[in-house]
Structure formats: C-alpha cells, structure tokens
Write a protein that binds this ligand. Structure first.
Ligand SMILES: *Cc1c(COP(=O)(O)O)cnc(C)c1O
Length: 362
C-alpha cells in the first residue's frame, strides 16, 4: 500500500483516509497562508472559526441533520456521555430505560444509576450478547425520561437492524462505532453521541447531536462543562475545543461528501461486511456467535476452533501486514473492525488470508 501502510483492523482509534492525512500534512506548517499550523492557532481566530463552522455545516450535510438539532463538539469520549446524558436528561421523573446489548451499554446503565432510577428494559447477558432484542421483548416504561441504546456493539459485534419504537419517550443512542457508516434518520432520535475515533477523526473529539427540546432541564449540580445547553449556546467554544480533531473531522466530512456521501458508504460497507460473513458462513473452521439479523457491519467477531489457533492467526496476520485482529480481552477470539476508511481491498486481503489459514490448519 501507499507509504508502506498496513491494513489496520483496530476497533479505534482506526484508519483515516490517506487523502485526509495528506491534506493535513501539506498544510501542517502553514495553514492556508496563516503562517502557522492549525495546532498553533487561537481557537478564537478568524481562520479557525472558518474551520469549526465548516466542520459543523459539512456534518449537517453528510448526516442530513434537521435544523432543530444542535451539533456539539466535546471532549471526554463517549464515556463522559454515559454521565452527561443522565445529568442533562434524567430530571423529570428521575428514571430512564436502558437496553443492554453489550459492554458499553452496560457501562452506560451503571453510570446512570448515580443520577436516578435505571430500568433495564432488556439485557442480552444470559445469551452472551449474541443478538439484538426484538421490539416486543422490550419492557419499556412510558414514564421514563428517555430510553438509552448502543446502536452498534463494538466489542460483541452486533448492531440494531431497526430503530426501536419508544412512543413519546425520547430515544438516546451511543453511535460511536457506526456513526456515518450509512444514512440514518436523525429525527427518530432525541440525542445521538459518538466518540469520533472510530469513523470520524482522531481520538479526543466527541460528537453530540441533540434535539433542542432536550435542552434547558439540567441537574443543577452538573459541572458547567457538562451542560449541553451551555455548550450548544457557546457553539462548542465555552472553553478551548479539541481544535486539531475538529479540523481533521472537517477534512473527513469533505472526503465523505466528495465520495458520494453516506449512500455510497453504505454500499461499500455492506459489500465489505458481506465478504467477511460469507467467508465465515461457508466455513466449518471459523464460527461467529452473532445471530444473522443482528450482525455488525463495522465489527466482525469470529473464532477459529480453539484459543491456540486464534493466537496463531493473530501472529501470522501481523506477519502478513495486518494489525489489530485480536478481539477485546473480555470476549477473546478475533475481530475485524472495518470502519468507513478500511478499503475494500483490505477486506479482500483478509478473506484471502483467512482461507489460506483455514486450509493450512484444518
Ligand atoms: C469506543 C466506544 C465507547 C468508548 O468511547 P471513549 O471515546 O473511549 O470513551 C463507547 N461506546 C461505544 C459504542 C464505543 O465503540
């Protein structure tokens, strides 16, 4: 590959488009005649203002975000949102529904317990998080202040294939590992948040998309920096924002728009996922424990027949020019994260490797 880069299957931080990295490199020492790099300029300067305004405008275009939603650029990762969501939204009936489909949704529920009553509306714990619940399985409370879901389960490798109907109760989604991988109807959600380091930008930026009627009802003990209303009113500039990450995010938005937007991403991402799942489904060597219909197109988790072969697979894949195919320590086994910027050639290369490894080790 160009620049001797390798196929990086990391769950995050993960691959960025080469064109984006090149553009950042070319403008590194003197950004558009400003005489300095983006890393060095005041966030209040005219030239930086242009970057952050365009980052938001381009993101609105990419995701087709309605006008009655605010876009906030934050720090603290998706993990801080586990606390910010209840601090800002759990203040009417002081209770919320959490649907637990994996590791991160479990963590979000646990964090929310500090701020009010958490009802676990469904959990996949007893079935090892092998699928997403059906609508009729959800035990939703019509008095809940909101319902929280994790749309794509990065660690277990599952994803919602529908948007649950929560009636009049606002729906909140952690979309860290699937945001901008395909078009979604933002208007079905009251709030979407995502750590940017999987599909959008380097680590250090968190994106919050929040419907305006969710604002203005914050728990009074909330730190100022954790108040959505204050951050929205200050246009993500209540304090110094993660300037460099927002700049790269803008370049990624430009790249998405120049390459057919989210419809084009969806087509490519579906093709990539189908290549991998086809390989798994036509093999009696590899297994995947995620049920059809619940399978993630971003994080494909699988196993060889035993842990020794899993370890051998990881070792040989590194030697073959691929990285980060070892799954999260909590599940064991293997995982290929194939986000937006993993080219289809990378997945084809992996599938060829998998077939060869199977033939040699069966
Ligand atoms: C990575 C990830 C997180 C944690 O994100 P941080 O930015 O590291 O806090 C939370 N939720 C999901 C779905 C993730 O993929």
């Amino acid at each position: 590959m160009l620049y001797d880069r390798i196929y990086n299957f990391s769950a995050g931080p993960s691959m960025l488009p080469v064109e984006v990295l090149e553009s950042a490199r070319d403008n590194m020492l003197n950004y558009e005649g400003s005489g300095m790099s983006v890393m060095e300029m005041s966030h209040r300067s005219k030239v930086y203002d242009d970057i952050i305004v365009k980052a938001e405008a381009q993101m609105r275009k990419v995701m087709n975000i309605p006008d009655n939603y605010k876009v906030i650029f934050m720090q603290g990762g998706a993990t801080l949102q586990f606390a910010m969501v209840p601090m800002n939204l759990m203040n009417k009936n002081h209770k919320a529904d959490y649907i637990v489909t994996g590791n991160f949704s479990g963590k979000a529920a646990k964090e929310a317990e500090k701020y009010g009553k958490v009802n676990i509306a469904w959990t996949g714990k007893d079935i090892n998080f092998s699928r997403i619940p059906r609508q009729e399985e959800l035990k939703l409370d019509p008095e809940a202040d909101y319902v929280h879901i994790c749309f794509n389960n990065t660690i277990y490798g599952s994803c919602w294939d529908y948007i649950p109907d929560t009636g009049d109760v606002p729906l909140v989604a952690d979309m860290s590992s699937c945001i901008m991988s395909e078009p979604i109807d933002v208007s079905k959600f009251a709030l979407i948040y995502a750590g940017a380091q999987k599909n959008v930008a380097p680590a250090g930026l968190t994106i919050v998309i929040v419907r305006e009627d969710m604002l203005g009802n914050v728990n009074p003990i909330t730190p100022t920096m954790c108040d959505y209303t204050i951050n929205a009113e200050a246009k993500s500039m209540h304090n110094t924002p993660p300037c460099w990450c927002i700049y790269i995010c803008k370049l990624v938005m430009d790249w998405l728009l120049a390459n057919g937007g989210l419809e084009a991403r969806k087509a490519i991402n579906e093709k990539k996922a189908a290549l991998l799942y086809d390989c798994l489904d036509h093999s009696d060597f590899y297994v995947t424990s995620i049920e059809k219909g619940s399978r993630s197109k971003m994080n494909v988790r699988f196993n060889t027949p035993n842990a020794e072969l899993d370890a051998k697979f990881v070792k040989e894949s590194v030697a073959a020019g691929m990285s980060n195919l070892k799954a999260h320590r909590s599940t064991g086994g293997l995982r290929a994260s194939i986000y937006n910027c993993m080219p289809i050639e990378g997945v084809e290369y992996l599938v060829d490797f998998m077939k060869k490894f199977e033939a040699e080790n069966k």
